[in-house]
Design a protein around this ligand. Structure first.
Ligand code: NAP
Length: 265
């Protein structure tokens, strides 16, 4: 039987060499790991977040680690900022090949206490921002005519509700469906693969308290996690690089689990 897989392809199937990646939420736990992961896999990285000082400090870290990187402060829920971010990436590196959307926001509150303004803030930060990034990055990728990859950070909470999470669960559920619709709009015609990742709890400044092994929250979580621990930012990188790389060329419109087996038992 003839071998149908080329060694050359397998040798480089996870490489992002020669690609330019925009990573939003780059100052966060997951975005920071993804920016470094993409950079170490060979991509030129345009790191983005809203807080300029923190962002510039992190871009400095990336460069010190040998990664070709620049930073551009932008609010992903602002249409003008997103246009400027894409333009900055093109001005600096010539094109955009990968979008790693890793920003996000939640302000948990029971619906009876939540204001409509607070709901809208979650929708803007978590849904409108993804729409705007997808729209302007896709326009750039389509103009380049070489396809591209979009890797959108959603949440396991896109698949189930939770008290106080009316906004966040709805937003992330919307993101997963947006990813499926984007695949229908962008993959056949423009060769742009769009997928999302659905994490459970990964260590960040906001979730650090959940890592207290003595706490009831930790113990309860562990009952549903065959992997036996919560996630570290580095655990997120493999799937993020895979979905940005040639190894995932056949995948689009998917919502991929990064939970340590949360749905298994
Ligand atoms: N860590 C987890 O356990 C976990 C679990 C499930 C899903 N997620 C999702 O994973 C993504 C990254 O989470 P993370 O844990 O890395 O978060 P993080 O450490 O808190 O970082 C959040 C990032 O998003 C930016 N950001 C914060 N508020 C924002 C807003 N209102 N609009 C736009 N950007 C905002 C922050 O920078 P600036 O404030 O400077 O913009 C920062 O770069 C989010 O989409 C989150 O919902 C995380």
């Amino acid at each position: 039987m003839a071998i149908t897989v080329e060694k050359k392809f397998v040798d480089s199937m996870f490489s992002l060499a020669g690609k330019t990646a925009i990573v939003t939420g780059a100052t966060g736990a997951l975005g920071g790991a993804v920016a470094a992961g993409y950079g170490f896999a060979g991509a030129k990285v345009v790191a983005s977040a809203r807080s300029k000082d923190k962002l510039e400090a992190y871009a400095y870290e990336l460069k010190a680690a040998g990664i070709e990187a620049t930073s551009f402060a932008a609010d992903p829920a602002s249409e003008e900022d997103v246009k400027a971010l894409v333009k900055a990436a093109v001005d600096t590196y010539g094109e955009v090949n990968i979008l790693g959307a890793c920003h996000g926001f939640n302000a948990p509150k029971n619906i009876l206490e939540q204001t409509t303004e607070e709901w809208k803030k979650i929708m803007d930060a978590d849904v409108t921002s993804i729409y705007l990034l997808a729209k302007y990055v896709a326009a750039q990728m389509a103009a380049q005519g070489k396809g591209g990859k979009m890797v959108i950070t959603s949440s396991a909470r896109s698949k189930m509700g939770m008290a106080g999470y009316t906004g966040y669960c709805t937003a992330k559920g919307g993101v997963d469906l947006m990813v499926q619709s984007l695949a229908c709009d962008l993959t056949t015609q423009h060769g742009i693969n769009v997928n999302s990742i659905n994490p459970t709890v990964f260590r960040s400044d906001l979730t650090e308290w959940m890592f207290d092994k003595e706490s009831a929250v930790y113990q309860n979580f562990l009952k549903r996690l065959p992997i036996g621990r919560l996630g570290e930012p580095s655990d997120f990188v493999g799937l993020a690089v895979f979905l940005a790389s040639p190894a995932s060329d056949f995948l689009t419109g998917g919502n991929y689990d990064a939970t340590g087996g949360y749905w298994a038992c």
